[in-house]
Design a binder for this molecule. Structure first.
Ligand code: ZN
Length: 134
């Protein structure tokens, strides 16, 4: 797999409404999109920093992955996402290289992108996402 850049960093928050002012007023970034991702049971808010985005994640369901993470940790850095051309191809390649994956086939992420998660067991405990246009 050949990632072109860090596509985004995912940060789990209790409330987008509480978290957004830090990114806007303190860091001086602009929230350019808020979107619900039904598949992942989250509402997301996006900020651009160069080619990379900050993705804030608020759970819409306490039983969803972000709901459980926030209940356990109080929130914070959740995952890092690498940009690739072809997510299916990247998922196949990392498995061939011995990496365990959570998603064997891509699923739908925010902003119309395809995404897939690698298993933290294989990534030094950092939840790692790959994302791309196909
Ligand atoms: Zn993400």
């Amino acid at each position: 797999m050949k990632p072109s850049h860090i596509e985004h960093i995912g940060i789990a928050v209790k409330s987008l409404e509480e978290a957004i002012p830090f990114y806007e007023k303190v860091l001086g970034l602009e929230c350019y999109a808020v979107e619900e991702v039904v598949d992942q049971k989250v509402k997301t808010a996006f900020f651009k920093v160069g080619d990379t985005k900050i993705e804030l994640l608020e759970s819409t369901d306490p039983e969803g992955p972000i709901g459980k993470f926030v209940a356990k940790t109080g929130g914070g850095m959740h995952h890092m996402a690498f940009a690739v051309e072809d997510v299916q191809q990247a998922l196949t390649e990392v498995q061939e290289a011995g990496c365990e994956v959570i998603d064997k086939t891509p699923r739908n992420g925010a902003e119309g992108l395809k995404i897939g998660f690698l298993h933290p067991k294989s990534t030094q405990r950092v939840l790692t996402e790959i994302c791309g246009n196909k």
